[in-house]
Design a protein around this ligand. Structure first.
Ligand SMILES: [Mn+2]
Length: 286
């Protein structure tokens, strides 16, 4: 803990972590909450930052170019962090799979790796991977994955309209896509299957846990003796995973209502506790 008497300056981060993980930002799409992510990056800092895939959405950019200033600002912020000595590791996902060809190389101080093992301050090994390798749809029926992507965008658009209406009528925010995911029984077993496979593979690799993304569902929990951490996304959940200086992992969520970061839950690798799932998203000012 800092011993100085003065409060931090307004532009200084208020949360110092040992490590920070972000995934599924989907820059280049209308539903990417870049402004909110910039808020989190202003408040939270760490000497090591993992970008756990689907940071830039190559699939949607190929369909139509969309690149507002806020998306540039995110890229600039990440490059600036790398320049100032932050170790930035980019682990590509399926939406930015073009970057997988560059695994092992550096760009503007950013290291590209297809997957990587992180060691916590407490010596626990965490396997860091996007997760699409464990998604049968992405691996074996790519056309179906692309169709699913189009339907997902459509449900987000519908969600936007619906919530504008709810807002006008004085109702609170409600996520259609999360409701649909919760309703479809197959989706539930699909998610639990994904989580199980990743935890098993991490254990097989002699890791105490896994940090991943891909399914846009922020979570921090034990699966058997293995820690499962999912960064969530910057489309709806506005979440990230962080490591404290003692090796404890924390699930962070950006709260648009207060424009600040909140710790949703904590878990130390090796210590099994109750699951922590990010609560339903809050309305965004934008
Ligand atoms: Mn993905």
């Amino acid at each position: 803990m800092s011993s100085r008497a003065l409060p931090p300056a307004a532009d200084e981060p208020t949360h110092q972590f040992r490590t920070l993980w972000l995934s599924d930002v989907h820059l280049g799409t209308r539903d990417c909450k870049a402004g909110e992510l910039l808020g989190l990056l202003r408040e939270c800092d760490a000497p090591t930052l993992y970008l756990v895939g689907d940071i830039i959405d190559g699939w949607q950019l190929r369909r139509g170019w969309y690149w507002p200033q806020a998306h540039n600002d995110v890229v600039q912020k990440l490059l600036r962090k790398a320049r100032k000595g932050c170790r930035v590791i980019f682990v590509p996902g399926n939406h930015d799979e073009f970057a997988r060809h560059y695994a092992g190389l550096h760009f503007g101080g950013i290291e590209v790796l297809s997957d990587v093992v992180h060691e916590t301050a407490a010596g626990a090994r965490l396997w860091v991977v996007h997760g699409d390798w464990f998604d049968g749809v992405v691996m074996h029926a790519k056309w179906l994955a692309h169709l699913g992507d189009v339907l997902y965008i459509l449900s987000l658009k519908l969600n936007r309209w619906l919530n504008q209406l709810r807002h006008r009528l004085g109702f609170s925010y409600w996520s259609l896509s999360q409701y649909l995911k919760g309703k479809v029984k197959n989706a539930v077993s699909y998610i639990s299957n994904f989580e199980q496979l990743l935890a098993e593979e991490a254990a097989r690799r002699q890791c105490a846990g896994v940090v991943c993304g891909h399914i846009h569902r922020a979570e921090l929990r034990g699966i058997g003796a293995t820690l499962y951490a999912n960064c969530g996304d910057w489309v709806e959940s506005l979440t990230a995973v962080a490591e404290r200086h003692d090796g404890t992992l924390a699930l962070l969520q950006w709260m648009p209502s207060t424009a600040s970061v909140r710790v949703v839950g904590e878990l130390k690798p090796g210590a099994a506790t109750a699951p922590v799932t990010a609560p339903p998203p809050q309305p965004c000012a934008s």
